[in-house]
Design a protein around this ligand. Structure first.
Ligand SMILES: [Zn+2]
Length: 324
């Protein structure tokens, strides 16, 4: 234990009178009545970071080194003291995510390095107020970010843990579908965020070939429309003269929803990740509606639909169709 130790950003420590300390680390709370003076000195020094050797030396006049070491070990075991100084950044988001991931315990220990923030890459595609607000928020949370145009080429993501986030100030079916096709082909996970007047439309979170993709969503939405021909004409980008101006309040909701999904996916925190889910948030009422998107088996992007001419005789084709 020669590393520098700091007080965890998730720890809340209060003194109850002169002879009691209450410590809480995300929900777990315990009170200590023993050796309160020594603990206060240790916590005081660990606020700025301290090494065990320096600590025992500075406390040698009042306490034996074994006692100091035992107290420090107990504080490390209860996670009140940690090895990285995450309080300095002033944001505990990543520590909370890590804590949740440990609760999941679904990721094997030897794969954890891949989920490290240094290995992340968020590719942000899109232009406009929503894309700018997201880029700013994610930069504040130290998410490694690369911006590309609304239908830009996907960069080489190597063996990074990467996610493509496509966002638009309106419901941009054409761009979302085009970027989805590229991402599915590349095997890159992707997420879609659009603002529709004052409503946020976020999703689905696509894991290529494993979950429904944006194309699956689009075709399922289209099939629910009463006037499909009108829907097709109205949703073509060349037929739209003016887009509604997005609501700033909606953008704030969109930034919150999309950055939550981005951080959860990249850090490997899997509870309620909501892949194959489409969320609609009415920013004026705060109402959130989530609906499941089912994969379309014959989807042109992620399914087995083929544009190639069918092979075989009519009889063979009908047999193949029946088997499918
Ligand atoms: Zn699909």
């Amino acid at each position: 234990m020669n590393d520098t130790l700091y007080v965890s950003p998730l720890a809340e420590i209060t003194t109850l009178g002169d002879d009691k300390i209450a410590m809480s680390v995300v929900g777990r709370r315990f009170t200590v009545e023993d050796k309160v003076g020594m603990l206060k000195t240790i916590l005081d020094q660990a606020g700025q970071g301290v090494r065990l050797a320096a600590l025992t030396e500075s406390m040698a006049d009042s306490f034996p080194p074994e006692a100091v070491e035992a107290a420090v070990t107990a504080l490390v075991n209860t996670r009140v003291l940690v090895r990285n100084d995450a309080r300095a950044g002033g944001d505990a988001t990543h520590q909370h995510l890590q804590h949740r991931r440990e609760l999941d315990a679904l990721i094997p220990r030897d794969q954890l390095a891949a989920y490290d923030r240094a290995n992340w890459l968020l590719v942000l595609a899109g232009e406009g107020a929503c894309a700018d607000a997201l880029a700013e928020a994610l930069a504040q949370m130290n998410v490694p970010l690369q911006r590309i145009g609304r239908d830009g080429e996907l960069p080489d993501t190597g063996d990074k843990r990467a996610l493509l986030l496509v966002c638009s100030d309106f419901e941009d079916f054409a761009t979302f579908r085009a970027m989805n096709a590229k991402a599915v082909e590349r095997g890159l996970a992707s997420l879609y965020l659009g603002i529709d007047w004052s409503t946020v439309q976020c999703g689905p979170m696509v894991m290529p070939k494993a979950t429904a993709c944006y194309e699956c969503y689009f075709h399922r939405v289209r099939s629910t429309r009463k006037f499909v021909a009108e829907f097709d004409v109205r949703s073509k980008p060349e037929n739209i003269l003016y887009h509604a101006l997005p609501s700033r309040l909606a953008i704030q909701f969109g930034v919150a929803e999309a950055s939550r999904l981005v951080l959860q996916y990249l850090s490997g925190t899997l509870d309620n990740l909501q892949h194959s889910v489409f969320s609609e948030i009415d920013s004026l009422t705060g109402e959130t509606h989530r609906s499941r998107v089912l994969r379309l088996p014959r989807c042109a992007c992620c399914g087995n639909a083929s544009t190639a001419r069918p092979v075989g005789t009519v009889f063979q084709q009908s047999l193949l169709r029946r088997r499918a």
